[in-house]
Design a protein around this ligand. Structure first.
Ligand SMILES: [Zn+2]
Length: 87
């Protein structure tokens, strides 16, 4: 195996990694911020960030009361929502 071959494959590997990392970043950015209930985005409504169980969610002011007073309604949208205590 020539040293060039090794060099090329390393370069190829690094390029691939770079592309994959960039792709992941893009994907993260493209994961649009939408209210977890009504799916409206930040162009349509102000969105409030909710960090829960190592994930980030967004919720609009119209649905914040649901999160506070009736979190059970968020079952299936937020993990363990059924076990959250209503405020
Ligand atoms: Zn909403």
């Amino acid at each position: 195996m020539s040293p060039f071959y090794f060099g090329n494959s390393l370069l190829y590997y690094l390029c691939r990694r770079l592309i994959i990392v960039n792709f992941k970043d893009k994907k993260m950015q493209q994961e649009e911020k939408v209210c977890l209930v009504c799916k409206r985005n930040e162009e349509m409504v102000p969105l409030v960030r909710v960090d829960y169980k190592k994930n980030t969610y967004w919720i609009c002011p119209q649905h914040i009361p649901v999160l506070i007073h009736d979190p059970g309604q968020l079952e299936g949208l937020l993990p363990d929502a059924g076990n959250l205590q209503a405020g």
